[in-house]
Design a protein around this ligand. Sequence first.
Ligand code: ATP
Ligand code: MG
Length: 330
Amino acid sequence: MMIQLRNITKIYPNGFEAIKSLNLSVQKGDIMGIIGYSGAGKSTLIRLINRLESPSTGDIFVDGIDMVNLKEHALQKMRQKIGMIFQHFNLLASRNVFGNVAFGLEIAKWKKRDIAARVEELLDLVGLSDKANFYPEQLSGGQKQRVAIARALANYPQILLCDEATSALDTKTTKSILGLIADIQQKLGLTIVLITHQMEVVREICNKMCVMSNGEIVERGNVEQVFAIPKHAVTQELLSFLPALSSEEILKQNNKEVYKILFVGRYIHDPLISEVIKKFHININILAGNIEALSTTKIGHLFVSFSGEEYRVKEAIHYLEQKGLIVEKI
Ligand SMILES: Nc1ncnc2c1ncn2[C@@H]1O[C@H](COP(=O)(O)OP(=O)(O)OP(=O)(O)O)[C@@H](O)[C@H]1O
Ligand SMILES: [Mg+2]
């Protein structure tokens, strides 16, 4: 087991119990997502793993090492095995990209020449080789996070902790950063613990997940398992906010022709799909769908594939269009 927390509690000096008797195991190579609402205790939990916080009771083992009883020097050494990235990147404004990535290596007293070679390698890994001389204020959010990732990986860590690492980024940049993290995980065999309040982040890259609420893990398991049969009310609610997959993502998973059917307003309540199936003797496989409430009306999207004789499918599509639906091949 790469990370093991046993019977952890964390009571802050003001008496607030942020973590209540918590157990957690993370296996080598896992990408563990920790999801929960604001104040659930996620940051507290992740900061216990590298001992930025100390637990009030309980044991923490990282790669078999008892983290709670480590002396300061040994703790510093262990921390080098654990990289961390944050929501607001935490770059040093006074240092350029090279200087930010080099920082930890300077502290670890690497030779200048080794530092230069390592930084070059890292910037290549995160796709920022051409930005070595840029300062943080000259970078986009996504680029800043890439620098932070390079910095976190500088010392060859085995573990990467990510605390809301994509929360300050737009959807597309989030995807590219998550893609980078997944890629690096594969290349380096990292173990990752990733905190988020967005289910789509968990869906995108995690294999395991825990749902936190009020200082406790209320649900845990493989991502597919939890998404398929969410048991706890918090999990169910978080899942209900999950945006529908984009048409591009649905296409990726299907080799059949996919159509998008758009319903507006009153048509949402008509059983048109089952009517068409019966009337034209075809099958309609529903791949994804959702209904959105606008302030003035409702809009429904369905992503489907048709099967059956070609002319019947054409007739069926024509019929749906006549009924006022918009059918679009994607
Ligand atoms: N230093 C502190 N002293 C007292 N209470 C604290 C301290 N730090 C955090 N807390 C409390 O512990 C609880 C959990 O905080 P934590 O930062 O771990 O939540 P979180 O799940 O990361 O939330 P968010 O999603 O907003 O980042 C909160 O109720 C917070 O008020
Ligand atoms: Mg937090």
